[in-house]
Design a protein around this ligand. Structure first.
Ligand code: NAP
Length: 342
């Protein structure tokens, strides 16, 4: 099979940071595994971090890795315990960090973290969705504790970094679950994007958040979802959260943060790590199959859209290098996707 290899930690300024390779096909699939013929992938910040910090995607050959944690493709073969899919099914998934990723023509992935692809999307638009949709859904429902049947209608959530991949999904899913979504963005185009996805207000994260909320006619919020710079925003959180509110971050801190600042308001803090269920094989890892199914149903009903904004083809070393550089700019609006092998 064709695959794009990350040989070692190299910056995108180095033309050798990705290498086009031909590798033996993986499989046959065992247990709950599917073998998927990958048609399209997208690039997330985890790809760039894994490339430079050397975690995830290892092929087991001399430190090289197949990165890529978002894919859409066709089931090619199934393991003996597979019950949800058959060869020929069109699927989409993020996969898991501890296994070779999706930047390869064939990939093994556990069926419990895979769903049927939204029928209304092409491969590229579908590949933009899984990782950020799982992250946003788990953050809002499982960590912030928002009712999945919209019984918390009218509660507010502040989504910090609203225009990025994760924020773009959080705005849409928050709105679908009945929340009033206030997003942050710092540029005219990222502000417009957040509004188009359903944010009722957009405030500039370069200014104090409490002032931005006030100017937008809001006081404290019920929930905060941090999709950028947890260390930097932490000192402001106690000011913007309501008493007994909930805060979730998807971005690890670089230094310890003062949890005490949240005590007076009895505010709750939790992490979201979308690879946790699959990495630890939790008994409920099939929730990610269900989340992706629910997201596909929303998409096919016209209630949620793919966040793909930039497209490259084919999937090769040159285009992956360009996509990684784009994500590393920190200025993505929505997602960048790659499709086809030529
Ligand atoms: N824990 C998990 O499971 C999980 C899952 C997904 C992502 N993540 C992490 O979450 C972070 C965001 O991922 P992503 O895919 O959304 O990234 P992304 O698409 O690269 O985010 C780009 C957006 O971030 C905004 N931004 C940049 N710096 C900011 C800052 N200091 N404050 C506020 N906004 C800022 C920019 O908005 P403006 O241009 O408007 O400033 C831009 O639109 C990454 O660190 C990623 O690794 C974690």
């Amino acid at each position: 099979m064709k695959a794009v290899i990350s040989p070692r930690a190299l910056p995108t300024s180095d033309a050798g940071c990705f290498v086009d390779a031909t590798l033996p096909d993986p499989g046959p699939p065992a247990g709950h595994d599917l073998r998927v013929r990958v048609e399209a992938v997208s690039v997330n910040p985890v790809d760039t971090k894994a490339r430079m910090q050397r975690y995830g995607g290892s092929t087991g050959r001399g430190g090289e890795a197949i990165l890529g944690w978002d894919a859409a493709g066709t089931v090619d073969a199934v393991g003996p315990e597979v019950s949800l899919f058959r060869p020929g099914d069109a699927v989409y998934y993020a996969g898991t960090i501890g296994r070779p990723g999706s930047n390869a023509e064939l990939q093994l992935v556990d069926e419990r973290i895979v769903s049927a692809k939204p029928r209304s999307l092409d491969w590229a638009d579908a590949a933009a969705v899984p990782l950020t949709a799982i992250t946003a859904y788990e953050a809002i429902v499982d960590r912030l504790g928002v009712d999945p049947e919209a019984m918390d209608r009218g509660k507010s959530v502040l989504v910090i970094a609203g225009a990025g991949g994760a924020g773009s999904m959080a705005i849409q899913i928050g709105r679908l679950l009945g929340l009033e979504v206030i997003a942050t963005a710092s540029r005219a185009e990222s502000t417009d994007w957040c509004r188009a996805l359903g944010a009722s207000a957009v405030i500039d994260h370069r200014a104090p958040l409490a002032e931005g909320l006030k100017a937008a006619g809001h006081g404290e919020v019920d929930c905060v979802l941090l999709c950028a710079d947890t260390d930097g925003y932490w000192p402001q959180l106690a000011d913007v959260i309501k008493p007994q509110g909930a805060i979730c971050s998807i971005v690890r801190t670089l230094a310890p943060v003062a949890l005490n600042t949240l005590m007076a308001k009895c505010a709750r803090f939790s992490w979201e790590a979308m690879f946790a269920r699959s990495s630890f094989g939790t008994p409920d890892m099939i929730e990610q199959h269900r989340i992706l199914e629910r997201v596909a149903a929303w998409i096919d009903a016209g209630q949620l859209r793919s966040t793909a904004t930039e497209r490259l083809s084919p999937i090769n070393a040159e285009n992956l290098r360009a996509a990684h550089a784009r994500v590393e700019s920190g200025r993505m609006i929505g997602k960048i996707v790659l499709s086809g092998w030529k």
